[in-house]
Design a protein around this ligand. Sequence first.
Ligand code: NAP
Length: 305
Amino acid sequence: MSTTWHILGAGSLGTLWATRLARAGLPVRMILRDKARLASYQAGKGLTLVEHGIEKTYPVIGETPDNPEPIHRLLVACKAYDAQSAVAHLQHRLSPHAELVLLQNGLGSQDAVVAQLPQARCIFASSTEGAFRDGDWRVVFAGHGYTWLGDAAHPAPPLWLNDLHAAGIPHEWSTDILTRLWRKLALNCAINPLTVLYQCRNGELQTHQCEVATLCAELGELLECCGQPDAALDLQHEVERVIHATAANYSSMYQDVANARRTEISYLLGYACQAAARHQLNLPHLQQLQVRLIDQLVARGLPRD
Ligand code: NAP
């Protein structure tokens, strides 16, 4: 009998994972915030995945954090700013050798969870899959991609990667997951804040090439200083490639701001600026970018962190 996948967060990625695991016949339980969310969920037929315009509903069992059943494997699929407190609510249910998969973007939230759960195995993930909710308990699979998983403390892959294979979740075990997360963070810092400041799609940053290049140079310096030289390799080229390849898209941060949702700034640009300060590294353009972005968030009545 396979170990049950407990999934914390019935948002875009949580639902995307839950429906694919359920589709493969694997045991899945969705952990919802509270009784009210559970009642809302139970009033429907389950979780719906919309893929290539075809929708299918899976009757995944829902529960609240109060359920007494122990948790052996937990997929943490909430936003970075919710991860630590959401996991704290489940701490008493985690078995002594529980494994957690942390899907959060950026850096900082993973270390907070690791510090909170020294006994558990925490696997970090970095995903290029894209999904969004078009209603409660529904997700649209918008961008097929890949998920890299890794454990900086223990390089051996877990046996349950077979479950992901069975569920058709494209993935790879990575022995340099931190490098991948740093690289993604740097790409995000060079692109996403500017799309908010200029209120534009990614492609329009082609007209701000100098500013992008200056940020890439500072981000490269930061990565070197943080012991991540591989994440710094050819950064500017890759940023330009991403801007070109995703020219028609709005960045995730742009979309958060446009929809008046809290951003993950503290785990992206905020984390980068904090790391620079820790290393006493002067990165004036990156720091100025943070000031401008926070001003913009405050002006729109959004949290500054
Ligand atoms: P999302 O759609 O906002 O979903 C987050 C979910 O977490 C929400 O359903 C929320 O519940 C739930 N949640 C928060 N605190 C909770 C708690 N204490 N107990 C139970 N549930 C809780 O977010 P997302 O887009 O899936 O993103 C998750 C992470 O993946 C982020 O770090 C994001 O940057 C990253 N990521 C997302 C994508 C994507 O395409 N969406 C791609 C790559 C990476 P409510 O519904 O009750 O608010």
